[in-house]
Design a protein around this ligand. Sequence first.
Ligand SMILES: [Zn+2]
Length: 381
Amino acid sequence: MRALNRREALELISAGLVAAATPSGSAEATQTFPPGAVIRTVLSDIPPERVAGGATLFHEHLSFADDFMTRWVRYAADTRREHALPSATPSATAPSPRPAAAPPAPAPSTPSGRYFMQDADYQVEEMRLARTDGISCIVDGGHADMGRDIGFLRTVSERSGMPIVAGAGFYAQPFYPAALSAMSEQQIFEALMQQVASEPVGCFGEIGSWDYITRDERKVFRAVGWASVASGLPIFTHTGIPGKSALEQLDLLEDVGVNPAKVVIGHLGNLVDPAVEVHRAICRRGAFVGFDRQGGQGDATQVPLVMTLIDAGYADRLLLASDLSNISQTRQAGGPGYGRTLTVFVPKLKAAGASDAVLRQIMHDNPRRFLACVPTQSRPR
Ligand SMILES: [Zn+2]
């Protein structure tokens, strides 16, 4: 009998036929984790098996400073202008590019009048709805320099029952604290380890290069790599459109000893290349490729990229999420909600030919394998 390829093997696993077909392939039937591996959520360290029943979203946002997105949109417009690119239209309520002197647009609010990323009642309801959609764990990609409030995440997790993993790190050049430029890699490493020691973070992310990677961003990437090796926590990244410096990000992390299996290079749905050269290079090196702005306008472009990677045998290297950042995307505002990767994007992959077994692998198994870690530090209170 000829050897099964990975995709065929996974389909057989799903059908319960693998033991009869390939005795040596039965190890793939159950996902195993290193002894002591946990997913470190904001409330407790949980066994990875506990979130097996649903999808895990590896890159979303539940908590921001109320001016974060206004700044983000302004910096993005500046960057696109510098490169003479047409203005982006990421979402319904994002303001169009404007002169820097113009007053910031008011943050869209919930019925209570608050910014949704600071309204616990609103986010508790969104998390309840996401659980109903089949989501069993969500990673928040913010940290202090983005105005992420870990106490807020704890409240939302406690009241909604949704396990939430918080990130640590520094975001990207336009958002760095002013002091960072003068800090050494060692000092940045120490600051990162302080974050890990003082708050129950479960990963480093999102760690970004805003445009082409800068000198300061290189320092941060190397320091994050060291901190990941020292703490055991995995890393997910932000690349500037279209996937700028993606390979260099992985180079920097690998150079300081990070295991690529604990890295996601993110926003690679923005890198539209039918041959998926960069995506395949990252998969071959053993890291994950993040398609993490799904369930919206980009889907039609990105479905063929994801299918090409699945057909090339890289389903075990794919991670999907939506990077939710705007109230218009939430269920209570009439949008598809935090579950939109699962409820909107995944059906499009299925219609394009992806099997249920492969989709389950991508949505359930890959993110647990990414997040499961053996922290070297005891859990902060
Ligand atoms: Zn993000």
